[in-house]
Design a protein around this ligand. Structure first.
Ligand code: HMG
Length: 445
């Protein structure tokens, strides 16, 4: 079967940033270490006054099309994943196509467009849809633009406020891709949950502590389901394991679960048993809470072990480098984790071609998905073409009072007036409202 996957990626970060330790923590009366060490976050990204999910998505897609010398004729499909949509009928992909048509000759009338919703996992689902469209032979030689764009804002004062973020990831999905090939094998863990939801409201209702447990439970199911089709996963089978990253501390918990799961019944567990005992087995316990206490004790001991720490430092920590600087981008988050890993390999001169990634996505509500990706020969050139950290560094650093005004600006109920902090250049900007209450956009050179 022909390889299908991601040929190239571009990223657009919201142009403003909030320093969590220096600026946010003092206003909350919190120890800065809660953010930097506990949650594992340094900064959040925010959209400037003229930015929203359309401008960020269109700007990432435009950058991608320019770099790959694509024309509208090359694009057979535009899928946008978001959970920040402002229209219940007209998809964000049509607004983005409209933006791109302002700067390209030709149009996207031939391109199938849609919008995917399932919390943060929708980005991966859109990627999956695009791959399947190509595998089914329905693409007529064209590729798919898959764009994950979100403004992840919480109600002021909500515990989730520390994990906010905003940005877009645009992926070019083709046959014979340069970056990664996606496996056909996938595993799912899916259940009707109310951990995080937005029933006709902009800001989420969140049961924060429970959301952590639901993430872990669905992730374990997805990993087991993946193994049922792809075979057992060993801890060293994959060069990196990018996870959905609402904040790095969540991934630290998921990594412990993954390591426990993939070492159970192996020589690694036997070797560790001399010092920390064997992993608790559910069948050996009469009641669930005694079993959970035993798992918690084992996990606490495991995370101090050098075997685990070395594994974590090599395969998980490198996936968090972008996330800790930008916060949660919801649908784009796991795709940033993949990029962080590839960037780490490039920065360390590692030849990754032919190696595998284990990619673990999650969306509240709730569903996890696990699949494998094989790194392709052209990966290095693609990663070198990205300048994500330069863009992160060039954001405008907000004071707390400015942050409050930015939050009010993007709060749909307030839509407060705000002068932009940055000067638009070579980018799409939000321009006001049209006669049908549609948002309008223009390109600024
Ligand atoms: P919180 O109550 O503000 O924080 O809420 P906390 O008190 O639990 O502290 C956070 C961590 O910092 C803890 O670590 C503390 O111990 C530690 P843990 O025990 O969990 O390992 N800590 C410190 N460490 C060092 N020095 C200190 C210090 N103080 C505390 N001084 C919570 C945290 C995540 C619940 C909150 O931010 C929240 O509600 N976030 C939104 C929900 C969320 O992100 N859930 C994650 C899983 S669900 C998901 O990923 C889906 C999502 O992306 C949405 C979608 O799919 O669309 C959110």
């Amino acid at each position: 079967m022909t390889a299908v996957g991601i040929d190239a990626v571009e990223v657009w970060t919201g142009k403003l940033s909030l320093d969590l330790a220096e600026t946010f923590a003092p206003e909350q009366g919190d120890d800065p270490a809660k953010y930097t060490k506990g949650l594992g976050l340094r900064e959040s990204s925010f959209p400037d006054a003229h930015e929203d999910i359309v401008t960020m998505g269109a700007n990432a897609a435009h950058r991608l099309m320019e770099r790959k010398s694509l024309t509208p004729e090359d694009v057979g499909r535009i899928d946008v994943a978001t959970e920040s949509a402002f229209d219940n009928s007209k998809p964000v992909s049509t607004y983005i196509a409209g933006c791109l048509e302002q700067v390209y000759d030709g149009d996207f009338h031939h391109a199938n467009k849609g919008e995917r919703k399932f919390a943060c996992i929708a980005g991966t689902q859109s990627l999956d849809d695009a791959c399947n469209w190509i595998r089914a032979g329905r693409n007529r030689g064209r590729g798919a633009l898959v764009i994950a764009s979100d403004t992840a804002l919480y109600e002021r004062g909500d515990a989730g406020e520390a994990t906010q973020g905003a940005g877009a990831v645009a992926m070019w999905v083709t046959e014979d891709p340069a970056l990664v090939e996606l496996s056909v094998e996938q595993g799912y863990g899916s259940a009707d949950e109310t951990d995080f939801l937005k029933p006709n409201q902009q800001f989420p209702s969140v049961d924060g502590k429970r959301s952590i447990q639901v993430y872990l439970a669905r992730m374990r199911e997805a990993l087991e389901d993946f193994e049922s089709v792809a075979g057992d996963v060993g801890p060293d089978d994959y060069a990196y394991a990018p996870f959905h990253t609402p904040y790095p501390g969540m991934v630290r918990k998921a990594a412990l679960l993954a390591y426990r799961h993939t070492t159970r019944g192996t020589d690694v567990e036997d070797a560790l048993a001399e010092d920390i005992g064997r992993q608790p087995r559910r069948e050996a316990f009469d009641d669930e809470s005694a079993f959970e206490d035993a798992v918690s004790d084992y996990t606490d001991a495991l995370k101090e072990r050098s075997e685990y720490r070395e594994w974590y430092d090599a395969r998980i920590e490198p996936t968090l480098a972008i996330s800790e600087r930008v916060g949660n981008w919801y649908t784009g988050s796991v795709h940033l984790a993949r990029l962080s890993a590839l960037h780490h390999a490039a920065a360390n001169g590692r030849d990754l071609a032919g190696e595998k990634l284990l990619v673990a996505s999650y969306g509240s509500g709730a569903q996890a998905e696990v699949h494998a990706e094989t790194v392709r020969d052209g990966w290095r050139e693609e990663v070198d073409a990205l300048s994500i950290f330069d863009r992160v560094e060039s954001r405008y650093d907000l004071s707390f009072a400015e942050y409050e005004r930015v939050h009010d600006r993007h709060n749909h109920a307030k839509q407060a007036e705000l002068d932009a902090f940055t000067t638009p250049e070579d980018e799409f900007v939000f321009d006001g409202w049209g006669p049908m209450n549609e948002r309008t956009y223009r390109y600024v050179e």
